[in-house]
Design a protein around this ligand. Structure first.
Ligand code: PHE
Length: 462
């Protein structure tokens, strides 16, 4: 067998920022605030933090250790430790494929907003202008498709070139910029007159909101946002040098990712309350596209802020999209010896078709009937876009994560993983006992319970 020479991260900071670049993306800014709204505010935030700390973080560590031990892509990694488990890597691949199909559509929305700001930032007038503008745009049957395609082509372009050191270097500068800008927007948002209502909503924990739905949503969102359960971190872990401390790195990635998500919610939810009141929470996702332009319009120079914000959001989305496509391409190139270009094109064609389904099914809101993209009859009255998101977040990602727990806990064994994490004793991991219990028992049981709840309600597919 040909031994592959694998590259390594130049520095631990580079690795943490690259992994954070995969984690921080549209999930934090586009999805998270909407989920906080739907999950009753404080209760969702609490469930989210509990899941990140007790389940997301341990699984992240497990993925990184599998990657660093095997130095392989996600399918190859499972196969080399136990060939019977190669299917688990394939589950991750399918999940990533579906996610990429809708990620590129939403990435296209971001490009459109950059374009609007570049061309003067005119959204029209009226009381609910920003909401109307967004809804009109995403329900248009043509334009979002084009922007989505542009986003996909850009991602392919970078992936075909190889994940250049450029992207790593660029994210080192841009991720902190995104963070600072978000802090600035937060300060503006929480000091708006009337913002306290939104803050109250976010930080009041109502007992009745601690229900199965909130836990399901928190789990799906946490895994999506941390990029765990899909094998991305196996690939990234395979580039980590032995002497690096995996525990610290994983902790940093979790903290950065969760920090950005909280900032996004703080920047957006108060504005939703100021402009639309509590009813605005019913708008669901897409808050960022509706609420933030409103904040930007409220102060001098706001349009520049708008432009810069969406540019940074674009880069955050691009670094995540690259990690998704790259993992699929790495599998095809390593397992089938294809060129990167061929692999990318082979993936892009069906991805674009699925993207079209996602994008066009939004048009149903306009009464445009596109029967071939409408699962309304078969899947409990949900259009294709909702099916795709729920399928990945509530079903595929938790199943992938469960496979990781069972594999590391019971097949490869946590003692082996701990050896890898500790680098044969060189970096003691004081919580190893607790971590092993989490991986073997607690995390799988929690995920299975949540999956039962989801499947019981028929929500995995609808
Ligand atoms: N974690 C990314 C986000 O929050 C999305 C992502 C999903 C990236 C799956 C990689 C794999 O936007």
């Amino acid at each position: 067998m040909v031994q592959q020479k694998r590259s390594q991260w130049a520095s631990n900071l580079g690795f943490i920022l690259a992994a954070a670049g995969s984690a921080v993306g549209l999930g934090n800014i586009w999805k998270f605030p909407g989920k906080v709204g739907a999950g009753g505010g404080g209760a969702f935030l609490l469930c989210y933090v509990v899941i990140v700390a007790l389940i997301g973080f341990p699984i992240m560590l497990a993925e990184l250790s599998v990657g660093r031990r095997t130095q392989k892509n996600m399918v190859g990694a499972f196969r080399s430790l136990n060939p019977k488990w190669a299917f688990a890597g394939k589950i991750g691949l399918v999940t990533l494929f579906v996610i990429m199909s809708y990620y590129s559509v939403v990435g296209g929305w971001v490009l459109k907003y950059i374009w609007v700001y570049l061309t003067g930032g005119d959204f029209g007038t009226g009381a609910t202008v920003y909401q109307d503008y967004f809804t009109d745009f995403i329900t248009d049957p043509g334009e979002p498709l084009l922007w989505g395609l542009v986003f996909l082509v850009m991602t392919i372009f970078v992936v075909v070139k190889g994940v250049s050191k450029g992207i790593e270097k660029v994210s080192k500068v841009l991720m902190p910029c995104l963070f600072l800008l978000l802090v600035g927007i937060c300060i503006r948002a929480v000091t708006l007159p009337g913002a306290s209502e939104g803050l109250k909503f976010m930080f009041t924990v109502k007992m009745e909101d601690f229900n199965g739905d909130t836990w399901v949503m928190a789990l799906g969102q946490a895994f999506f946002s941390l990029s765990v359960g899909m094998g991305i971190l196996v690939t990234y872990g395979s580039y980590v040098p032995k002497e690096e401390n995996l525990v610290k790195s994983a902790a940093w990635i979790c903290v950065l990712d969760t920090g950005v998500a909280f900032l996004a919610a703080l920047a957006i939810i108060p504005v939703v309350f100021v402009t639309l009141g509590a009813d605005g929470l019913g708008m669901g996702g897409g808050f960022a596209f509706m609420a933030l332009p409103e904040v930007f319009a409220g102060f001098a120079g706001g349009k520049i802020f708008g432009l810069v914000f969406f540019l940074l959001l674009f880069l955050a989305a691009l670094t995540s999209a690259i990690s998704i496509l790259e993992s699929c391409v790495a599998f095809l190139t390593e397992e089938f010896h294809m060129s990167r270009l061929k692999a990318s094109i082979l993936l892009a064609v069906p991805m674009s078709l699925l993207s079209a389904g996602y994008s066009l099914s939004q048009s149903e809101a306009r009464g445009i009937n596109l029967p071939w993209f409408d699962f309304t009859n078969g899947f409990q009255m949900l259009p294709m876009n909702a099916v795709m998101e729920k399928f990945t977040d509530n079903l595929m990602i938790p199943v992938g994560a469960l496979c990781f727990c069972l594999f590391v806990g019971w097949s490869w064994k946590t003692t082996q993983a701990v050896r890898e994490i500790e680098n044969d004793g060189a970096k003691p991991f004081p919580l190893r006992g607790l971590w092993s219990v989490m991986m073997k028992y607690i995390a799988p049981v929690v995920i299975i319970l949540i999956l039962f709840f989801t499947i019981g309600k028929g929500e995995g597919l609808s």
